[in-house]
Ligand binder design. Structure first.
Ligand code: DC
Length: 227
């Protein structure tokens, strides 16, 4: 009999803490963590690196054939053999990724990669459209939010710790712009799935947020999990 692979979907706006929480939940459950945002970022980096216009779908889609993005277990992101883990967090990429993520042919190509991973492993997958489009039958769907002020401060501090120089105001404007583009695009926009569980992390510590997600998983899947 084929082994059952579990799917936990975590969606929400930019910088709501999804990756930190999803990574810890995946480690607790022994599942594979899939950061789908990193895939859109890696694609955006490839477009910019080749001197193409990230707002031009005609130019960007030329990179779909042969595009190879690997998310390694240790968190590194490899794009066509190159380690892009650090560069994809730079403001240049953050400021352009929403344009690339709004292009349907690119979404379809990356969604294929995401579904292929979920076919082989139990996953905790984070993104914008995981519960609504990528894994519509996910066992548990979480929609994680936080106020824009909280998210801006978190992302600003994260940038500082990574040596990326930005102002708090620029970070906040970038988040607002990305949320707008991500939730207003035609194909697979950011929105909660009708069967998702809402978790607002504005006033939760990381540990509390992880516990809230694990509680939801236990409640939904009952005895299947010791977590
Ligand atoms: O989670 P993140 O900030 O690294 O995501 C980068 C961008 O990619 C974000 O602006 C929206 C887009 N994205 C998406 O459209 N769908 C996903 N499943 C994941 C990310």
């Amino acid at each position: 009999m084929e082994e059952k692979h579990f799917q936990i979907a975590i969606d929400g706006p930019a910088a709501a803490g999804k990756s930190t929480i999803a990574k810890r939940v995946a480690a607790k459950l022994g599942f594979t963590y899939v950061d789908t945002g990193a895939m859109y970022r890696a694609f955006t980096n490839a477009v910019i690196k080749r001197g193409l216009d990230p707002k031009s779908e005609a130019q960007a889609v030329t990179l779909i054939p042969g595009m190879d993005i690997d998310l390694l277990e240790d968190g590194r992101v490899i794009c066509n053999g190159e380690d892009v883990t650090k560069v994809i967090r730079e403001p240049l990429i953050s400021g352009n990724v929403s344009y690339i993520a709004a292009m349907k042919p690119i979404r379809l190509a990356l969604v294929d990669m995401q579904r292929a991973i979920a076919k082989k492993h139990s996953v905790v997958m984070d993104g914008r459209d995981i519960g609504t489009y990528v894994l519509p039958d996910a066992d548990v769907k979480i929609f994680q939010t936080a106020s824009v002020d909280t998210r801006a401060i978190r992302r600003y501090e994260e940038n500082l710790s990574k040596g990326i120089k930005t102002s708090l105001e620029d970070v906040k404007n970038d988040l607002r712009m990305r949320d707008y583009i991500d939730s207003h695009r035609d194909f697979a926009p950011l929105r909660p799935a009708s069967d998702s569980i809402m978790i607002d992390t504005s006033y939760l510590s990381i540990d509390q947020a992880v516990e809230a997600v694990l509680r939801s998983i236990r409640k939904k899947l009952g005895g299947n999990f010791q977590c």
